[in-house]
Design a protein around this ligand. Structure first.
Ligand code: ATP
Ligand code: MG
Length: 421
């Protein structure tokens, strides 16, 4: 019996070459977050469905069409995480951490959405993100956006993205705005897409996010959120902007940014690029002050962001970030005959323990081994023949200039450190 050998649509295997690059991205971002006092959190890949279904909102795309939800053998409804924020907040509450504020964590791992697979849109993708709980002041938004920018700088992407910023105001502003939107779109109901007509009743704000051309044309004349802000919402947004100015972060106000999920308030932002086609948002986030309470915790403010690792990597490749393709070049160790195999093995082991990257080549004649060393990009070839082993020496060939050096085994490591690549 044979099994289906292709991976499920929208998923892919991450092979060593890609893993190396992803590890680079993840390590650099983790390092940046550490600088801001964030620690790492890992939550389970699945949760009780209500963790996501109740928080993301009944009308969000994620909940209506994208979750992987199933009943487990015990009859529980389980959902693979489509995002991390709700899971992190669940963990924050269930681990009794609400008295220890602020709570600052970053995370990194797979997320799952049943979407139509296309370039930059996968069914299993990976997010790196951060959450800050317990800082209701705009200072939290500013520091968090500063951290995101810092991460993008370290990845070499800062000049290739733009920060688009918006505010959704507080709940009072949103209610007033909602009413204004409903009035406007009800007037133009006939021209709305079917999807947006459904949104009109359930969550009119989402129409602003519509990708339908007809809807977008209507949006030009739609009322603006900012005209419905309370004094509090205005002051909040003003301080966020002043803070970003203070740390020299450039942004564009984009009133169309509403984010897909229900739990956002005040600040929302996206870092976008025009170099990845339609899937141009590499990092996105916002403030979600009502979420902890909505999930049964205290009234604790939150703000966070998530970046798609695949999109960050695709952008780094598209703009050819320096250093991304740099791999550690090995040294090749080769016995000339089978008789020197054990000696070569021993040398390879000792050098690896000392921190050198070694490829041990034992198959084929010398010509074949040399070709293989070349292919591996070896910096030098360390040859062991009968004479070398008898005399405690190694023949070292530098690949850059072809020069050969007979080196005492005791001096070998010192010699290797002087080789020019
Ligand atoms: P989009 O508008 O592209 O659907 P979103 O608003 O659904 O994005 P978020 O929930 O904010 O995305 O997720 C944060 C980031 O995770 C996105 O900016 C993107 O980089 C990445 N991301 C989201 N969904 C996918 C996916 N299906 N495949 C790959 N990356 C994704
Ligand atoms: Mg989406």
């Amino acid at each position: 019996m044979s099994v289906k050998l292709q991976p499920v649509r929208g998923t892919h295997d991450i092979l060593p070459e890609e893993s190396r690059k992803r590890r680079l991205i993840e390590n650099m971002l983790a390092m940046v977050c550490t600088t801001y006092g964030y620690g790492e959190i890992s939550t389970p890949v699945f949760e009780f469905s209500e963790v996501f279904l109740r928080t993301l909102g009944d009308t969000s795309d994620v909940v209506t069409k994208e979750t992987y939800t199933f009943e487990d053998r015990g009859g529980e409804s389980i959902t693979l995480r489509p995002e991390f924020t709700a899971a992190v907040v669940r963990a924050f509450i269930s681990n009794g951490l609400q008295e220890k504020l602020p709570f600052k964590v970053y995370y990194n791992g797979p997320a799952f959405r049943y979407e139509r697979p296309q370039k930059g849109r996968l069914r299993q993708f990976h997010q790196f993100g951060a959450e800050l709980l317990g800082e209701p002041d705009p200072i939290g938004d500013i520091e968090l956006i500063g951290m995101a920018v810092h991460g993008l700088v370290v990845l070499g992407l800062a000049e290739h993205v733009k920060l688009e910023l918006n505010s959704l105001g507080d709940s009072e502003s949103r209610k007033a705005y909602r009413d204004a939107l409903v009035a406007y779109f009800t007037q133009h109901q006939a021209s709305l897409s079917e999807e947006s007509r459904a949104r009109l009743e359930r969550n009119p704000l989402r129409i602003l996010d519509s990708k339908d051309e007809g809807d977008r044309a209507l949006l030009a004349g739609a009322p603006l959120m900012h005209d419905h802000f309370t004094e509090n919402a205005k002051a909040y947004f003003k301080k966020v902007m002043a803070g970003l100015d203070a740390i020299d972060i450039q942004y564009e106000i984009n009133p169309r940014i509403v984010r897909g999920l229900d739990y956002y308030s005040h600040t929302v932002f996206e870092f976008t690029t025009d170099k990845l086609g339609a899937q141009g948002t590499v990092l996105a986030g916002g403030r979600y002050d009502g979420l902890v309470k909505m999930m049964g915790g205290h009234d604790i403010a939150g703000v966070g962001f998530a970046a798609g690792i695949e999109r960050l990597l695709a952008l780094m490749e598209a703009v050819q970030v320096e250093g991304l393709n740099r791999d550690v070049k090995p040294l090749a160790v080769m016995p000339i005959d089978e008789a020197q195999e054990m000696a070569a093995l021993r040398m390879a082991q000792e050098l690896r323990v000392a921190g050198f990257v070694i490829e041990l080549l034992t198959h084929g004649n010398m010509g074949k081994k040399m070709k293989r060393a070349d292919k591996l990009g070896a910096v030098a070839v360390l040859m062991l023949g009968e004479n070398e082993v008898a005399q405690g020496k190694v023949m070292v060939k530098h690949m850059s200039d072809g020069s050969q050096h007979e080196v005492e085994y005791a001096q070998l490591q010192e010699h290797l450190l002087t080789i020019k690549v």
